[in-house]
Design a protein around this ligand. Sequence first.
Ligand code: CP
Ligand code: NVA
Length: 310
Amino acid sequence: ANNLKGRDFIEMDDFTPDEIQYLIDLAIEIKHKQKSGEVYQPLKGKTIGLIFEKSSTRTRVSFEVGAFQLGAHALFLSKNDIQLGRGEIISDTAQVLSRYLDGMMIRTFGHDNVIDLARYATVPVINGLSDLAHPCQVLADYQTVYEHKGKLKGLKLAYIGDGNNMAHSLMIGGAKLGVHVSVATPEGYEPDASVVKECLEIARETGAQIVVTRSPQDAVKDADVIYTDVWASMGFEEEQKIREAAFKDYQVDEQLVQGAKSDYLFMHCLPAHRGEEVSEGVIDGVNSVIFDQAENRLHAQKALMAALMG
Ligand code: CP
Ligand code: NVA
């Protein structure tokens, strides 16, 4: 089932539905191994470089710990501490690092940086978040939904807020897996039109319904999952005030969640701004699975590294 060896992971559309399900199953298996104390080191002696142009808590720690647990060594490469930050071009960086490393992860602003790194690298490149996409998060998220609901196909996920990297990867992942995704955003903050178009095409094959609306109430109606993210992503901090005004009717609060199924899951990639995109009662309530998501970053990325670099 696994012909993922040597491939890149830049967005959810790099993999077929079967390959995504394979990775989810592998992540669950690896999670059980770790929890039962079994040592599993398919990447013994290998190395992965982690290039960061933006801050990170979860991504950095889960990749470093995950690599270590698989027997590999991870190198944290802050963009400003490598020559990339002084203008060394990505293609040279990619070719040099490929001579040392067995894989690379990059977190960056421009999505083109990820694409360029992958084009010139001869080892697998993993997108650890760009302005356009956050597929590692979404792999862990659909694993989390699968663990809680026992299935994915036919479920409904409502995403409320900014049509950002999270919205994009959740939509593409949902379209691939047959999860209906309804995205509610204020005017001017819609997901990328090209991403929506692609999702509609993918969904034709899988039966997923992909909807973009202004109405949070419509989006959450009968939802199995309610997902939100910060209103001002990394790189948009100076728009915080404008965005607070634009998004004021888009908070996921106790009233909004009434429209969802009673056993809905509340999800957030974190970090969160309590009292902005989500009320304290909802994020800290019984339906919230935010820490399961965060934990699954470790297991999902271990599966990913094992499959691509093993
Ligand atoms: N969710 C996520 O990617 O978190 P970090 O920014 O802390 O890595
Ligand atoms: N949309 C957020 C996600 C952080 C994990 C950002 O890009 O900052």
